[in-house]
Design a binder for this molecule. Structure first.
Ligand code: IMP
Length: 181
């Protein structure tokens, strides 16, 4: 089986490609930076982006939208994760969290699949903490500030792919896909 994954993020594609192999799905990369509307939930962003893209692509594909939600910041940056990363980055996150004891955070991934007619949504969530400092050089985005156990995602490398939000969301999608026949 083959699915087309639309993303401009190589890190994401590489992770999903590996997850797909476990389910005998070949994930093909359609490298494109598409318009992402700003909305207050990742579900909404993923669904609207998928609807817009479906009119242009016209055949089945998947997209994925993720975000980092920090408990003591009321879920910030959440749906604004992309903008916040581009502006204040990981240094900014560490600064915002300076002196804050509750460092709980989670990553959420929303996969939206367009089957040629309808859109199907799958979700994955992984809980962790914000580290005290930037650590590790693997992965991408907020990986160096997201602690899963004692290591940051950026220190984990391939181990991240066993436990990540992306892994959970895509696992649900690939299992569902396998049942569609
Ligand atoms: P988007 O899903 O590409 O819109 O991602 C939103 C922001 O979250 C971007 O700045 C990504 O780099 C970051 N991000 C998404 N997934 C991950 C991840 O697995 N680890 C670290 N950062 C991520």
């Amino acid at each position: 089986m083959e699915v087309l994954f639309i993303t401009s993020n190589e890190g994401k594609f590489r992770e999903v490609e590996k997850i797909g192999r476990r389910y005998s799905v070949e994930v093909r990369w359609h490298r494109e930076e598409y318009f992402e509307p700003q909305a207050s939930s990742l579900h909404e962003i993923a669904r609207i982006s998928c609807e817009i893209l479906s009119k242009k692509i016209g055949k089945p594909f998947i997209i994925e939208d993720s975000g980092l939600f920090i408990e003591s910041l009321m879920g910030f940056p959440g749906p604004y994760s992309s903008y916040v990363f581009k502006t204040i980055g990981n240094e900014g996150i560490i600064r915002l969290m300076n002196g804050i004891e509750n460092r709980k955070a989670y990553f959420l991934a929303i996969v939206a699949f367009f089957d040629g007619k309808d859109i199907h949504i799958f979700e994955g969530k992984t809980e962790g903490r914000i580290s005290e400092a930037i650590r590790g050089n693997k992965g991408f985005g907020y990986d160096p500030v997201f602690l899963y156990g004692e290591k940051t995602f950026a220190e984990m490398g391939d181990e991240k792919n066993e436990v990540s939000h992306r892994r959970k969301a895509f696992e649900k999608f690939f299992r569902w896909l396998g049942k569609q026949g």
